[in-house]
Design a protein around this ligand. Structure first.
Ligand code: PRX
Length: 572
């Protein structure tokens, strides 16, 4: 059983004395050295004598299990890197991973990095159009996928002239593959023991994660290999990972939590992690913890609320005594959920706040620190944070006043740019601070309290969806004249997507049409982006210059004050 003595010194002491040098030293990195995330998570751990230690315990939806040691992972990531090299993929080219949570996804991530390409993980539930937007933007060269997702890729191949290789990891040979498609079976392929890992440097691009904003299509947040300096030490200090921990990060590597902490954080610490490639069900999750004796569990508020809904009796059916530390990310973790977790697991969920752009946890509750349920905690040592005035962008000195969360640029895993979109990247900075786009206040004790997003981005079940992307998809439906998309409150997912639509002449606003439009968006984008409710209206609130005012619609949904509507053209 791992010790409960935290790695971190008491918070104030750690904050006062910490520098990133601690992490650099522990990882053996000096300025100018080669630094490759793939190497740091596999070969380096084997050199420490942990080659026979389990790296991954994987369970599929029908209960099948696969286990890989760090040495297996080292060799298999070499195999993938070698395979890509032989296909002709060049360093710096983009290789997409479009798979469920299968071992090939995890090892593919490190394999791509080992040969110097940029890895672009995309959530496998995305529909063809979501996929197209992101592959087109990145000019992706190759994509790893599974048979079940192949039709979505085939749908758009003709629109992606740069895409040269579609790698199918579970082809059964029953149907012939098409042009560009090639089968690759990781577990059957020859294991490569020695591979010349690409000599990436600190600023060499590593990961491209797409994230949604208020306007325009999703942006590719471009990270670099140096990000591991942040991810390693935050995994150690915040998630409190110890050598003998069995760790479970429930996030999908299609999103940043699933890579920063579902791959890099754990494995750079040489820790065994479990992956469950199955949908959510309380009993399945508890059984998984019991079976694998999971000690550290990193999850998300929506999942915790869903577990709460299932009640306390089901928890009692399982022996969850292996758990020793819990953390959460992605959305506000309400105080009730924190208190409930103490009641049923005997442990608090520790809220952590961060973003695709920050690459690592930046505000958090730390092991050993007093928890104020409902608060996100305090800045990570090494991170300078504040809240700034909404208008002047100056830091707010007075406690308890709501402002925008802002961070002093310069921590190792900070996003370096948005792919081909430097102007949007620059717009995130003001007066020397990076703006997260979230509102919060800081209390007398320095704890941060989340208030809400400062933009129109919708956070549904911990996943950000951009209203613009959904509105654009809606406009492609023949019946839709205009659309506006906002988040509406939801007890479990915090927010769900709601669309307001005006129809073209000749269409009737009935239930059939509502369902048809919902399905249309689900297929094009994803179930996450699908409106859970559609309200047909005669007109949408617009500014005099014709811009749809989503915030008026949103305020109505949340029962909030509408605020200044002096520029409103029409009344709803
Ligand atoms: O709005 C904040 C919310 O999720 C956003 C970042 O989303 P994404 O880039 O997809 O990364 C998610 C996982 C790191 C933030 O700007 N968010 C994240 N954590 C919290 C949160 N909102 C409230 N409390 C949190 N702990």
């Amino acid at each position: 059983m791992p010790t409960n003595q935290p790695h971190m010194r008491p918070y104030e002491e750690e904050y006062a004395n910490f520098t990133w040098e601690t992490s650099r030293k522990e990882l053996g990195y000096k300025d100018g050295d080669v630094i490759n995330i793939g190497e740091y998570c596999t070969d380096r751990i084997c050199r420490q004598g942990k080659g026979d230690k389990l790296a991954l315990i994987w369970e599929g939806h029908s209960g099948e299990e696969k286990r890989y040691t760090f040495n297996d992972m080292r060799q298999l990531t070499n195999t993938i890197a070698d395979f890509l090299q032989k296909l002709g993929i060049q360093p710096g080219e983009r290789v997409c991973l479009f798979m469920d949570k299968v071992p090939e996804l995890y090892f593919g991530f490190l394999g791509v990095l080992k040969m110097g390409a940029i890895v672009q993980p995309l959530f496998s539930a995305f529909g063809s159009e979501s996929l197209l937007t992101r592959l087109d933007n990145a000019k992706t060269r190759a994509i790893f996928t599974q048979k079940k997702h192949l039709p979505k890729v085939r749908n758009i191949t003709k629109d992606l002239p740069e895409l040269k290789h579609i790698i199918v990891v579970d082809d059964d040979g029953l149907k012939p593959l098409r042009e560009l498609e090639v089968a690759f079976h990781m577990d059957k392929a020859e294991r490569i023991d020695k591979f010349d890992i690409y000599p990436s440097l600190a600023e060499t691009p590593s990961v491209l994660h797409y994230t949604s904003g208020t306007t325009g299509q999703p942006k590719g947040a471009q990270h670099v290999h140096y990000s591991i300096i942040s991810q390693y030490i935050t995994a150690k200090y915040v998630l409190d990972l110890k050598d003998d921990d069995i760790y479970w990060c429930t996030a999908d590597p299609g999103w940043v939590t699933g890579t920063s902490y579902g791959i890099i954080g754990a494995w750079s610490n040489g820790v065994t992690q479990c992956v469950l490639d199955a949908g959510f069900k309380a009993e399945t999750w508890y059984k998984f913890i019991e079976k694998h004796k999971i000690s550290m569990w990193y999850s998300a508020p929506t999942a915790i609320r869903a577990l709460m809904k299932e009640g306390n009796e089901v928890v009692k059916k399982f022996d969850l005594s292996s758990l020793r530390h819990l953390a959460s990310v992605g959305e506000p973790l309400n105080a009730e959920a924190v208190i409930w977790s103490k009641e049923v697991f005997g442990l608090y969920f520790h809220d952590t706040f961060w973003q695709t752009e920050t690459g690592c946890i930046v505000i958090s509750n730390y092991p050993g620190m007093k928890i104020k349920p409902g608060s996100m905690g305090k800045p990570f040592p090494g991170i300078e944070a504040t809240v700034v005035d909404l208008k002047t962008h100056e830091p707010i000195e007075k406690k308890g006043i709501v402002g925008m969360i802002a961070l002093k640029p310069g921590w190792p895993s900070m996003v370096r740019t948005y792919w081909n979109n430097e102007s949007t990247y620059k717009s995130k900075f003001s007066k020397g601070w990076y703006h997260c786009g979230d509102r919060a206040s800081i209390d007398e004790d320095g704890y941060y309290w989340f208030v809400g997003r400062d933009d129109d981005v919708i956070n549904t079940g911990g996943h950000l969806v951009g209203p613009f992307e959904i509105e654009s998809a809606l406009l492609e439906h023949p019946a839709v004249a205009e659309s506006a998309v906002v988040g509406k409150p939801d007890p479990v997912n915090m927010e769900v997507v709601k669309a307001f639509i005006t129809l073209k002449p000749g269409f009737n606003s009935d239930k059939m049409l509502e369902l048809e439009i919902m399905n249309f968006v689900r297929k094009k984008l994803s179930a996450l982006a699908m409106p859970q409710e559609i309200e047909f209206v005669d007109s949408l609130p617009k500014t005099r210059s014709g811009k749809i005012m989503r915030r008026v619609l949103r305020a109505k949904e949340w029962g909030e004050e509408i605020g200044d509507i002096s520029t409103l053209e029409n009344d709803m």
